[in-house]
Ligand binder design. Structure first.
Ligand code: ATP
Ligand code: MG
Length: 430
């Protein structure tokens, strides 16, 4: 079965909960049930349902039926959607309390109802990313329902981490939650109605749960400023790192592609893929931030925005409709900067491509491998449809080569760079 990440949406009476499952083929029925019970502790859930192509509900009560559901949904729908460059819909499941199943197994698969040793809690099961992700999600959901709110008075601001077009980012300490945060403060002169709209548009961030996406904790307005509290990344953003070696860049690219694939599966376009929105930490994690989930927030910031984004796809610069492929362009141009190629050159290049309807010039191989150059060249094809679709991105030989989960490579490199930076600062200006 295809092992492309999918999003499972658990439909509950109190709302939906989305979870990313990195390896669907490793998912087992019991783990999914545990995750459902975590979300619906009052109900006795023994099975769940999904909908087939005509809207009939099919019950899933075993590993075999789970497998049947996954191969049906993934093979028939999600892969087709991905091939066409579309965002695959989340797989919706409807938990149910133990009743006699009605319409089951219409796909003619043999169902083994004997207990499966893999379902036995005493039996060692592989610690799949899928399980972790689901368990973490339900724990996260509980945390949000109980103490997720962060109030302005409980935040102690520390140093300024950076300043962008929209606002200023601070390192801060949340006294109640006892954790370090990154708080982005954006001045916005808007009505209370618009403030409410932004807050409700940001709600989806609570549902984002991926190791490749920055964790969102809370957002609040104080007077005319919105503060957005997220996870702090001690390595900062990629734009301050110079000449990233390819074996490190490869692992970073894998995380970026996985993060984007996750967002796309939730029907979220990033819209602002660039090195300053790719964050790293000393644990070797790479996460995306600042994706445009709130149209109202993006519009309000745009009113004060100066200049053009150098990483924007030509179709966006020329005001055409755009989709996933525009994010793919931005991935290419972001990594092209490692050649090294300054932001200004990237910008001029996208302007050139935009005005001439040509693909950008092929980059010289030498400092970087043929696979890397090919990856960038493909992402930066002038015509959006010629750029790789999500599944092709994951299958590209450059990504495949570095998709080995080796976080230590990134971790060691981040630690070394931070060490060098500290040493330089200690020396002071010459
Ligand atoms: P723009 O406003 O055009 O998007 P930008 O991304 O550089 O540009 P900000 O998003 O305001 O601007 O971020 C400013 C800087 O703050 C970033 O470049 C990054 O170095 C730092 N930063 C942002 N979020 C975090 C975080 N969660 N952890 C650590 N550093 C962060
Ligand atoms: Mg940013």
């Amino acid at each position: 079965m295809d092992t492309e990440a999918i999003v499972i949406r658990i439909k509950t009476p109190s709302g939906d909960m989305d979870s990313s499952v990195d390896c669907p083929s490793l998912l087992n029925f019991n783990d999914l049930l545990v995750a459902i019970r975590d979300v619906m502790p009052e109900a006795t859930v023994t099975a769940f349902e999904y909908e087939d192509e005509v809207g009939d509900r099919i019950t899933v009560r075993s590993d075999e039926e789970l497998k049947a559901m996954l191969s049906y949904v993934i093979l028939q729908h999600m892969n087709e959607q991905r091939m066409n460059g579309l965002l695959p819909d989340p797989l919706q499941i409807f938990p149910r309390a133990g009743k006699t199943p009605g319409n089951r197994n219409i796909h003619g698969l043999k169902v083994n109802t004997r207990p499966n040793p893999a379902n036995d809690c005493t039996h060692a099961v592989p610690d799949s990313i899928a399980n972790n992700s689901l368990k973490k999600s339900s724990a996260e959901l509980k945390r949000i329902l109980t103490n997720g709110q962060i109030n302005a008075q409980d935040i102690h601001y520390q140093e300024q981490l950076g300043h962008g077009n929209g606002g200023t980012v601070y390192k801060a300490y949340h006294v109640l939650g006892k954790r370090v945060l990154a708080v982005k403060v954006i001045p916005l002169d808007i009505t209370v109605e618009l403030q409410k709209q932004i807050m409700s548009e940001l709600e989806i961030l609570y549902k984002c749960d991926s190791p490749y996406i920055i964790t969102f904790f809370s957002a609040f307005f104080v007077e005319n400023r919105i503060s957005i509290c997220t996870e702090f990344m001690d390595g900062g953003s990629l734009d301050v790192y110079k000449r990233i070696p390819e074996h490190v860049l490869g692992r970073i690219a894998v995380a970026v592609v996985k993060g984007l694939t996750y967002l796309w599966s939730l029907k979220i376009l990033h819209r602002d893929v660039k090195p300053s929105n790719m964050l790293v930490n000393t644990r070797g994690q790479v996460k995306l931030c600042d994706f445009g989930v709130s149209t109202q927030l993006v519009n309000s910031i745009a009113k004060t925005y100066v200049g053009t984004n150098a990483y924007m796809a030509p179709e966006r610069i020329s005001g055409e409709q755009y989709g996933i492929h525009a994010d793919v362009w931005s991935v290419g141009i972001s990594f092209m900067e490692c050649f090294p190629c300054s932001g200004l050159i990237s910008y001029l290049l996208s302007k050139l491509v935009c005005s001439t309807s040509q693909d950008p010039p092929v980059l010289p191989i030498g400092q970087f491998s043929e696979k890397f150059v090919h990856f960038i060249t493909q992402c930066m094809r002038r015509h959006p449809k010629e750029r790789p679709a999500p599944n092709n991105l994951m299958d590209h030989s450059f990504i495949v080569q570095y998709n080995d989960g080796n976080a230590e490579v990134v971790s060691m490199w981040v630690c070394r760079c931070l060490e060098e930076r500290r040493a330089q600062q200690a020396q002071g200006p010459i």
